[in-house]
Design a protein around this ligand. Structure first.
Ligand code: GDP
Length: 444
């Protein structure tokens, strides 16, 4: 699910990498491509519009972080907007103050309600609850039996009309199930209602009657993510006909475009609470908008890295360093500060491991010795402020003193100072060629 969308977005964002600054035209072009990717994935047009508008406005505005380069900023904005359309915060189930908590499932036939009932019950059981399933789908001949099978697999109780009692009245069964739950001390009741292949008035009325009889604490609208644009109209019909407090996306394991599912939250205003991604009982989880967004962007670790960078870097300090760098005036003091900021983000090995393509550098990463950085820091700390500011003054006797103070060989100091001069020379040349560069690419 979302594979195509994910591929498209990843490649659009990849094109931004390496750009020193983004013009409004760059942002417009990127936004256009994101728009096409979303529409092709079946995301509803109004949702696409507000998404694109949000991304464009934020990318063009002064909302910039000195710690990130332009590509990272756009990734961050797209990610945050995506988290936004998916609902922002993870929404947890709300339990009744006095048990039982009543959860009612509604949705079209085949959307995965019965399967979900089993998954949800088992998940709740894992959290220490004692759920009971209620067969209120008395429309389909086999539905009661199917729920019983699911209940058995999940190892939870099922309340169903006694066989031979005729079809039975789903409203009555639902009402009686609450008494039964109290009696048998089930703290949660999950009511599986009937669905139809399409929306019809009778089905809506029955669901509404069940709702009035059991007064659910949560009504979950179950929707098959593979039904495309119909997901939106079905959701609207259920919202108006029965009302619901949360959405469950099923069949996320399918290979359809799935974008319609991404629209449901925005269109109905209700949060996506759970996601089902397979036929087995354990193919189910709480829906986390942030995790889903980073999965869609295919750059989960990259986002973590961006967050850490923002926390570790002092924006003004980074900006000042970038300017000095651009002018070829970087000192060892700046170098030390930058290095400390980077190291505050965690072991460098982990950090590098989060970069795209790190998989291919596994061996180098494994051999990377953090102690080397400790030694570089020790050397710079062993210098006086004047030496850090202008390493040219570090003559032979100063080198000896620094080596003694920081416990390293003189040759290491020579190495560091020489490499520093080389780097600075290179930067000066580049600054001359490109008119300055550095972390300030977001400045317009
Ligand atoms: P109901 O009519 O709404 O109760 O839907 P069912 O629970 O009977 O599900 C309809 C079909 O979809 C069944 O064959 C299920 O095994 C299948 N199904 C349900 N959820 C998922 C899912 O998350 N992934 C996949 N691949 N199949 C599912």
């Amino acid at each position: 699910m979302f594979d195509t969308l994910s591929d498209r977005l990843t490649s659009v964002l990849k094109n931004l990498r390496g750009k020193g600054r983004l013009s409004d035209a760059d942002i417009d072009a990127t936004a256009r491509e994101i728009r096409i990717a979303l529409l092709e994935a079946d995301v509803a047009l109004p949702v696409v519009r507000s998404f694109i508008a949000g991304v464009k406005e934020r990318a063009k505005s002064a909302e910039v972080s000195q710690a990130l380069n332009p590509a990272q900023q756009v990734i961050k904005i797209v990610n945050e907007e995506l988290v936004g359309i998916l609902g922002g915060e993870t929404r947890r189930l709300e339990y009744a103050k006095t048990p039982p908590t009543v959860i009612m499932l509604a949705g079209l036939q085949g959307s995965g309600k019965t399967t979900l009932a089993g998954k949800l019950a088992r998940w709740l059981q894992g959290q220490g609850h004692t759920p009971m399933l209620v067969a209120a789908d008395l429309q389909r001949p086999n539905a009661v039996n199917q729920l019983q099978v699911v209940g058995e697999r999940a190892g939870v109780a099922v309340f169903a009309p006694e066989p031979g009692n005729g079809v039975g009245d789903p409203v009555d069964v639902s009402r009686r199930s609450i008494d039964e739950a109290r009696r048998a001390q089930h703290d949660i009741v999950i009511v599986d209602t009937a669905g139809r292949l399409g929306i019809d008035q009778e089905m809506m009325q029955q669901a509404a009657d069940i709702r009035d009889a059991v007064k659910p604490d949560e009504t979950l609208f179950v929707v098959d993510a593979m039904i495309g644009q119909d997901a939106v109209s079905t959701a609207e019909a259920f919202r108006d006909g029965v009302g619901f407090s949360g959405v469950v996306l099923t069949k996320l394991d399918g290979d359809a475009r799935g974008g319609a599912a991404l629209s449901v939250r925005q269109v109905t205003g209700q949060p996506i609470m759970f996601a089902s991604n397979g036929e087995k009982l354990e193919d189910f989880d709480v829906f986390h908008p942030d995790r889903m967004a980073s999965r869609i962007l295919g750059m989960g670790d990259m986002l973590t890295l961006i967050e850490q960078a923002e926390q570790a870097f002092d924006a003004e300090q980074a900006e000042a360093a970038a300017q000095k760098l651009g002018a070829g005036q970087l000192t060892l003091e700046d170098f030390l500060e930058q290095m400390q900021a980077v190291r505050r983000m965690g072991p460098l090995q982990n950090l590098l491991g989060m970069l795209p393509g790190a998989g291919q550098m596994k061996d180098q990463l494994a051999n990377f010795d953090e102690k080397h950085l400790d030694r570089v820091q020790a050397i710079i700390r062993g210098m006086t402020p004047a030496e850090r500011e202008d390493p040219k003054i570090i003559n032979a006797s100063r080198r000896q003193r620094i080596a003694r103070g920081s416990g390293v060989a003189i040759s290491e100091i020579n190495d560091l100072v020489n490499r520093f001069f080389e780097a600075r020379k290179m930067m000066q040349q580049m600054a001359g060629q490109f008119g300055g560069f550095g972390g300030g690419g977001n400045r317009k």
